[in-house]
Design a protein around this ligand. Structure first.
Ligand code: 5AD
Ligand code: SF4
Length: 497
């Protein structure tokens, strides 16, 4: 990260990110004053709803809040509470409204409390209208396109006793070099692109995240190099459709080419990415994955539906057969690739036959796991205007059948590496039994094994002794990894999770 020294005697710069560093300084002064007045540090809590994009955005918000002098609190009894919202399904919105009621009761007890709302839900005009009308105790509302302006917005909110609202419809701007605070010291999400151009007919994301914009490869590489120098060994490249990375760059570049550049970064051990659209997953990418030593053996390949008819109305631009052929190609090239997916049931017009096509794909592909969703009507999307919406009880019945199938297959698939020794990245101490550490396999499954916190962030060789549904119990057999462990943990009966 570059240093940006800011003098507050000068006018706020127009240029970014300099402008934001100016406001960071200004916010610092305001927070220090408030803190002196109260005789205690000011605390914050950022709560994230939704996907990994949002999780990464929350790290950026956290980075700025820490720079300006707030101290992170464990819970929402804090001086600044931020909800980074999701709106991909109606449920997500309802949860936010529900929790705002609780925040209001906290705010009545703490007059210094500020409440900020941001993220995808704020990009919906009817949401902002509702908040203005019925949730006037909220201090700050901003959207997905101007999150880089957070420091500036905090200064406005701190200096105003009215609700500050700043929502942009779209942007072509990407601001680099702003602070962020990682949740894990040894792994990090890295945005490679923003927005989505696909307009799947059920999906609100293109409306709330805007058009596709790829980051410059040099900026991505530089960010990862800095992360690695700071202890990161695994990156998760983030984008709504990573397979179309680079198309709109001045010098176009494919996602596969970007991966090859990232692979060269010394000290980086693992590369993951999310999400792939089946229509754009190239042979070049399969080849690069096959030859890579760092790209993890896990591909999230959203199916959405197994019915060619429904896929057409969903605007997914592939057929059932094309999807199955793609899976065959991937499995032929990389037999140990773990596949996961997203599936929607109850899309308008879905017949029992359409649903059985989805079940058929699930049986043929045999996913390691799948996120199954009940179709949710999102205002403004083409599917919301479709007349043939499916009755709730029919959808529920299909959902239950799908979930049972997905879980049955997932259990069988997950256990296939029992008895083998695998590399794992040790991610955390087990919260239920502190003698155990939890690590992640290349294929994204978790393994619990006896060990201690000195292993955190290390890549260890772990023997997978027993599969318990969707995770393993194992033994650390590394020679070069820190083998210090509590021997008593090995002889006790390990708990079930
Ligand atoms: N209803 C249900 N699920 C949805 N998704 C996106 N939009 C909707 C919707 N309107 C699911 C898709 C996508 C995942 C992130 O969320 O399966 O892949
Ligand atoms: Fe939504 Fe489709 Fe874009 Fe994914 S690819 S974010 S499902 S529109």
């Amino acid at each position: 990260m570059q240093d940006y020294d800011m003098e507050l005697t000068m006018q706020a710069p127009v240029q970014e990110p300099e402008r934001q560093y100016y406001f960071i300084e200004e916010a610092k002064k305001l927070i220090a004053e408030k803190s002196r007045m109260l005789g205690r540090p000011l605390t914050f809590c950022v709560t994230t709803f939704g996907c990994q994009m949002n999780a990464r955005d929350s790290e950026k918000l956290t980075g700025i809040l820490e720079q300006i002098g707030y101290v992170e609190a464990e819970e929402e009894q804090a001086d600044f509470v931020i909800y980074n919202t999701c709106t991909v399904r109606e449920n997500a919105n309802l949860r936010v409204y529900g929790r705002l009621g609780y925040l209001h009761s906290l705010k009545k007890k703490n007059p210094h409390m500020m409440i900020g709302l941001c993220g995808c839900m704020m990009q919906e005009p009817q949401v902002v209208e509702k908040l203005k009308k019925s949730y006037s105790f909220v201090n700050l509302i901003f959207g997905t396109h101007n999150i880089y302006k957070f420091a500036e917005l905090v200064v406005s909110a701190l200096s105003s006793d009215r609700m500050v609202i700043d929502i942009w419809k779209d942007t072509d701007k990407i601001v680099e070099d702003l602070p962020s605070q990682r949740k894990f010291p040894f792994k990090s999400g890295v945005n490679i692109m923003f927005g989505c151009n696909n307009f799947c007919s059920y999906c609100i994301v293109p409306y709330v995240r805007g058009r596709e914009r790829s980051r410059n490869p040099k900026d991505i590489i530089r960010e990862i190099e800095h992360l690695v120098a700071d202890g990161v060994v695994e990156v998760m490249l983030l984008g709504q459709n990573v397979n179309s990375y680079g198309k709109n760059l001045e010098e176009p570049m494919t996602f596969a080419q970007l991966l090859q550049e990232i692979e060269k970064i010394e000290g980086l051990k693992r590369i993951r990415f999310m999400t792939s659209h089946p229509k754009d997953l190239s042979d070049e990418l399969i080849e690069v994955m096959k030859n890579s030593k760092k790209i993890c053996r896990h591909l999230h390949l959203p199916l959405q539906s197994g019915s060619t008819e429904i896929l057409k109305v969903m605007n997914r631009k592939y057929t059932k057969e094309q999807y199955l052929n793609l899976v065959k190609k991937i499995r032929t090239a990389i037999p140990d690739m773990s596949l996961t997916t997203d599936i929607i049931v109850g899309f308008p017009g879905e017949t029992e036959e359409d649903f059985l096509e989805t079940m058929d794909v699930v049986e043929q592909v045999r996913y390691d796991s799948a996120f199954t969703f009940i179709y949710s009507k999102r205002t403004g999307t083409p599917a919301a205007a479709m007349e043939n919406q499916i009755p709730e009880e029919v959808v529920k019945d299909r959902f239950d059948r799908l979930l049972a199938k997905v879980q049955e297959i997932g259990r069988e698939m997950s256990s296939r590496d029992t008895g083998t020794i695998q590399e794992v990245l040790v991610e955390e101490q087990n919260s239920q039994d502190t003698h155990l550490m939890t690590g992640r396999l290349s294929n994204n499954l978790l393994v619990h094994f006896p060990g201690d916190v000195s292993l955190l962030g290390q890549i260890c060789q772990v023997r997978l002794d027993e599969c318990r549904g969707f995770y393993y119990m194992g033994t650390n057999v590394s020679v070069n990894c820190n083998l210090k462990m509590n021997m008593s943990a090995q002889s006790t009966n390990l708990p079930t999770f």
